[in-house]
Design a protein around this ligand. Structure first.
Ligand SMILES: *[C@@H]1O[C@H](CO)[C@@H](O)[C@H](O)[C@H]1NC(C)=O
Ligand SMILES: *[C@@H]1O[C@H](CO)[C@@H](O)[C@H](O)[C@H]1NC(C)=O
Ligand SMILES: *[C@@H]1O[C@H](CO)[C@@H](O)[C@H](O)[C@H]1NC(C)=O
Ligand SMILES: *[C@@H]1O[C@H](CO)[C@@H](O)[C@H](O)[C@H]1NC(C)=O
Ligand SMILES: *[C@@H]1O[C@H](CO)[C@@H](O)[C@H](O)[C@H]1NC(C)=O
Ligand SMILES: *[C@@H]1O[C@H](CO)[C@@H](O)[C@H](O)[C@H]1NC(C)=O
Ligand SMILES: *[C@@H]1O[C@H](CO)[C@@H](O)[C@H](O)[C@H]1NC(C)=O
Ligand SMILES: *[C@@H]1O[C@H](CO)[C@@H](O)[C@H](O)[C@H]1NC(C)=O
Length: 456
């Protein structure tokens, strides 16, 4: 017991979130400091048993309820020691650090009755997979401030195989849960952890600001259906850096609500910075924007990314009825390797929540810049298929060199898209030689060059 106390004192060195930066800085350039929390308790003090069999939901809930009282005293840390800690879903609280020691594994229960059922998100109007309600995520934050989930490479394991089977056999009664979801929260950090086998998404910040995800690894088997890594959704000022993600479906997907529900909610995903990440997707896209983008997606800067062994490298997705926009996106310094289609933009992607959507709500894709790309073993360089009534505009490609494999049926495929290109190999469609919307602005992002550009 004495040892434990000493250990806990030593571990009290984590961490309230402090983010310093000018508003016009890119989110990952903001200096992130984790101030020590003055208080720390171990989950053991709340009767938790780390045998992988005992259900610890109550221990987590009670510990966090207790730690609520430290919110106005600098916050507190909940320490999870080595062990296998089985739990159903629980809520976090403000000014809290959840710290997973090395070899600490939080295991998601495989019994659906351990996962509460909650209302759908207002910007979706229904569960994403099934109409109606959805399962609450394993670890939840609702209207919180200053929350950190971190550790010394502890693991959050969703044990998702049962959910994948129910999804595939269509025996789910509600949409699947995620591992971590923050709703309407600010100053959130997720770092230094391993995430495996999520039922659906791993990390889902929705209606959040100032979210920093760094140095995590996230994985699920290639055949896990529609598992997704990190999904910033109707959130602003988001940084994702130094992560390695390999999923069944998308590795990182930016979203902002679904058709009439997303349009009505009207909260965009904006000011997103992604850098130094390695992404892989077995059946989706390493990096995806959309298809749910009805609140708009803008001001996204992606740099130093390696995309490999995926069906698609980078994909912009939308469809009629979405409304919204995807604009002012700069993606630079990209390595693509062993990918079927390096780049895609589709105006015919995804389904509708119900038949109340407005087919005349046309999405806008504008000012998309891809530059400084090298690729090997690519089958299709790019496929950009816009919408006749709302063509994609100002797609700017520069300094791209892709080496295609011999299976290539076609190199580029374009329709209803305009923009410009410079030093692109293989030579792109002639649609990208000129911009009929605004030729002068289409070039601004090219001239500022090399990762420094901000298109406004
Ligand atoms: C978790 O938080 C939600 C609000 O998001 C609340 O409705 C629910 O009762 C909380 N559950 C527990 C066990 O505290
Ligand atoms: C990343 O996290 C691991 C533990 O998961 C840690 O050992 C390593 O030092 C971290 N790297 C950085 C740069 O913080
Ligand atoms: C983190 O833990 C995972 C799973 O236990 C392991 O595969 C990985 O090598 C570890 N990473 C580091 C940096 O220790
Ligand atoms: C769905 O509901 C049916 C009927 O209540 C039940 O038998 C089945 O186990 C439920 N499925 C899941 C995955 O919970
Ligand atoms: C990650 O872990 C490293 C090594 O322990 C530590 O120096 C760093 O502060 C941690 N970073 C975050 C953001 O948790
Ligand atoms: C080329 O990429 C494809 C995936 O598109 C992959 O199946 C194949 O193994 C790769 N070839 C080599 C030589 O790596
Ligand atoms: C072109 O892109 C490559 C790969 O990112 C980079 O190394 C090179 O510096 C770029 N060239 C120019 C002129 O920016
Ligand atoms: C597009 O540009 C290429 C050279 O980059 C040129 O060969 C081709 O003729 C141009 N097409 C049109 C329609 O201007």
């Amino acid at each position: 017991m004495k040892m434990l106390v000493v250990l806990l004192l030593l571990l009290a060195v984590s961490n309230a979130v402090e983010i310093d930066g000018e508003d016009d800085e890119k989110p990952c350039d903001n200096k992130l400091t984790l101030e020590p929390r003055p208080h720390s308790v171990s989950i053991l003090e709340f009767g938790a048993v780390g045998d992988g069999k005992t259900l610890n939901t109550l221990a987590f809930q009670n510990a966090i309820f207790y730690l609520k009282s430290f919110a106005d005293k600098g916050g507190a840390q909940l320490y999870v020691p080595p062990g296998r800690w089985l739990t159903g879903s629980f809520n976090l609280t403000s000014h809290l650090t959840l710290f997973l020691e090395k070899d600490a594994v939080i295991l998601g229960s495989q019994d659906p009755s351990h996962w509460e059922i909650v209302e759908p998100l207002p910007s979706y109007g229904r569960g994403i997979e099934l109409p109606g309600r959805r399962y609450r995520s394993l670890i939840n934050g609702y209207m919180l401030h200053d929350v950190v989930i971190t550790g010394d490479n502890g693991t959050i394991n969703g044990q998702g195989s049962v959910w994948w089977d129910w999804f595939s056999s269509q025996s789910l009664n509600y949409s699947r849960p995620h591992l971590v979801e923050f709703v309407m929260s600010k100053y959130v950090v997720v770092s230094n952890l391993t995430f495996v086998n999520a039922p659906a998404y791993n990390i889902h910040p929705v209606y959040c600001s100032n979210v920093h995800v760094l140095n995590i690894s996230v994985s699920a088997p290639p055949d896990s259906p529609h598992t997704v890594g990190i999904v910033p959704d109707s959130s602003d000022t988001v940084c994702i850096e130094d992560c390695i993600i390999g999923m069944g479906y998308d590795a990182i997907a930016l979203k902002s609500g679904w058709d009439e529900y997303g349009i009505a909610y009207g909260r965009p995903t904006t000011n997103v910075h992604i850098r130094h990440v390695t992404l892989q997707s077995a059946t989706g896209s390493s990096l995806a924007l959309g298809s749910e983008m009805s609140g708009g997606i803008s001001n996204v800067h992606v740099e130093q990314v390696r995309l490999h062994n995926s069906i698609s490298g980078i994909q912009f997705r939308t469809t009629k009825g979405r409304g919204g926009y995807i604009k002012d996106i700069i993606i630079s310094d990209v390595e693509v390797e062993n990918i079927y289609m390096a780049f895609g933009a589709s105006g015919q992607f995804g389904s509708h929540p119900d038949d109340k959507y407005d087919p005349n709500a046309l999405p806008v894709l504008d000012h998309i810049t891809l530059q400084d790309v090298v690729g090997t073993n690519i089958t299709i360089a790019g496929c950009f298929t816009g919408i006749e009534e709302s063509p994609f505009t100002s797609f700017c490609l520069s300094n791209i060199s892709l080496s295609l494999n011999s299976a290539s049926p076609t190199t580029w495929d374009c329709s209803y898209v305009s923009g410009s290109s410079e030093s692109v190999f293989p030579e792109p469609c002639s649609d990208l030689n000129t911009s009929y919307s605004n030729p002068s602005s289409a070039h601004i992002s090219l001239l500022t060059g090399n990762g420094k550009a901000v298109v406004l």
